[in-house]
Design a protein. Sequence first.
Length: 242
Amino acid sequence: MYLNEDCLTYLKRIEDDSIDLVLTDPPYFEIVKNDWDNQWESEEEYLEWCREWTAECVRVLKNGRCLYVWGTTKTDTFLKYKLNVLNAHNELHYQNWIIWSYDWGGRTKKTFPRKHEDLLMYSKGKDFLFNGDDVRIPYKMSKNIRAGAVNHPLGKIPTDVWSKNNHTTSKEYCGWHPTQKPISLLERVIKSNTNPGDVVLDIFSGSGSTMIACNAAGRQFMGCELDKKYYNRSLERMENYK
Ligand SMILES: C[S@@+](CC[C@H](N)C(=O)[O-])C[C@H]1O[C@@H](n2cnc3c(N)ncnc32)[C@H](O)[C@@H]1O
């Protein structure tokens, strides 16, 4: 079920412990110029709103499954969200801080150009599903230089730094949403944290990247997007992507 709806309205209808993975990308608070990122009077008000939808996401997530949230450290708001909202939640256990690194687009000469975004991983409960073998990548060298060590035949599990350029010429790039995330990286999260047929939830769908990644990975998608134009275009994007 994918709807043009507010996230809290959408979440309230979902049953407790029914979702296999939450993978979402909320507004950041006054980082981009679009109205959707400037809806709050203050950072406190924004964090209070985050507390509400995060609690709902935890309620609907199954035990032993994961919640991933995208963000940026361009300001300290995301750090406050991590420390005061995610870490404060009894049922959540911090697992990873993944960096999406890229090297494209305009760059400042005043300091080192900021070319990464952040993805926090939490589990509900201490133990959680992780299908690392399903997302292995090739080793750089075919032989392990440590004597006696043998490379895994399927390759290695990626580190927590993921390089991927969002080239405007690639099929993944939609060109009409300011903060779209790479479909191939979303697929990595989905494959490693769910089984085929499982249900993935993204309550801030935007251009529909998570929905497209779910389709490619053979998982069910549930989600919403408040902006009608984005919602309609995300459905078109999904059709054109197949
Ligand atoms: C950071 S963007 C998500 C981008 C997405 N990950 C992608 O790849 O295209 C956040 C999205 O949340 C939507 N949004 C803002 N407030 C919302 C709300 N209350 N309920 C649902 N969606 C909302 C915005 O319209 C925006 O498209």
